[in-house]
Design a protein around this ligand. Structure first.
Ligand code: PMP
Length: 303
């Protein structure tokens, strides 16, 4: 699934550090940590009908990621919210919008790895674009298993949502070469971790399964689906799951901000049933869609 340039995004305003810039002028320094070492944390959020979905949960995850990386200058939640609201209002964006929120360690006094060279404060980027869901969540996606694995906590904890995305990018290249939509990534023990940009669930005999969040990102959508399942007495099991179990599942779907809940129809050439009316995926999607207004923080229209 290759995204295309949306002409509506040509003249957007982007927030960098402390103010808005037109798209062409929105830049970070070549001394910025994100350029020097991918030293930044990020979140992807969606705007639905005048509200930002799960905003607090995303900001909490951003904060934990930045704290883990020992950022010394983390803007507080209110400051980040104000920057997001300002950006959305300047662009008149209230629906069908994706926000790429990035916090870099900021500019260095000279090139180098040492965080003590960062003496100019962190750099917040709010990039809001008009963007439909990236995955086709009606017809589903096909995937292959990539040779490159997700990191274990002893290598680089997947609970840090950082900008070092190279293993996932290498996996995505493998999917592109194979002509499929995404790459399935295993953990260091060969169990299924997630797709390169979304989490995975499978259904077998009416029970919902998802891998432990040890090697996958602890996705906000994943967390919400687990909550929804528990609220609705759908049995949900978090455990190690092998590829064999996914090949033999009754339903498989992925979750994430980029595609909500999207069925997988092909894994490594093995076809997976398309979800039928009444399937667990359809039930969970309906319950998820009901939650969107309740879990979205309204964009304040007055200044
Ligand atoms: N896995 C990875 C590797 C991701 O990058 C993302 C989204 N950033 C997800 C899963 C889905 O997470 P969320 O539900 O919070 O969008």
């Amino acid at each position: 699934m290759l995204q295309s340039f949306q002409p509506k995004n040509k003249d957007i305003q982007i927030y960098v550090k402390d103010r808005l810039y037109p798209r062409e002028a929105a830049k970070v320094s070549v001394f910025d940590s994100v350029v020097q070492g991918g030293d930044a944390v990020w979140e992807g959020l969606r705007v639905y009908q005048g509200g930002i979905f799960c905003l607090d949960r995303h900001l909490d995850r951003l904060h934990t990621s930045a704290k883990t990386l020992a950022f010394t200058d983390i803007p507080d939640k209110q400051q980040i919210k104000q920057a997001i609201f300002q950006t959305l209002k300047a662009n008149q964006m209230f629906d069908d919008v994706h926000i790429r929120l990035t916090l870099t360690r900021g500019e260095k006094i000279t090139s180098g790895m040492d965080p003590r060279l960062n003496q100019m404060g962190s750099c917040l980027i709010v990039l809001a674009e008009w963007k439909p869901l990236v995955y086709d969540n009606k017809n589903g996606i096909s995937v292959i298993t990539a040779h490159i694995q997700r990191n274990a906590p002893k290598h680089l904890d997947s609970k840090i949502h950082h900008n070092n995305l190279l293993n996932n990018i290498l996996a995505k290249i493998q999917a592109n070469v194979a002509g499929v939509d995404a790459a399935l990534m295993l953990d260091a023990n060969g169990f299924v971790a997630e797709l390169n940009g979304t989490n995975l669930f499978m259904v077998k005999n009416g029970v919902l399964y998802t891998p432990h969040a040890d090697a996958c990102l602890h996705g906000i959508t994943r967390g919400l689906i687990i909550e929804i399942a528990k609220e609705n007495r759908i049995e949900i099991v978090e455990r190690n799951l092998s590829l064999t179990e996914f090949y033999g599942a009754d339903e498989v779907f992925c979750t994430g901000t980029m595609g909500e809940l999207t069925p997988l129809t092909l894994i490594d050439g093995r076809s997976i049933n398309r979800p039928k009316t009444g399937s667990l995926l359809h039930q969970l999607r309906a319950l998820f869609l009901q939650k969107i207004p309740e879990y979205s923080e309204k964009i304040p229209l007055a200044d």
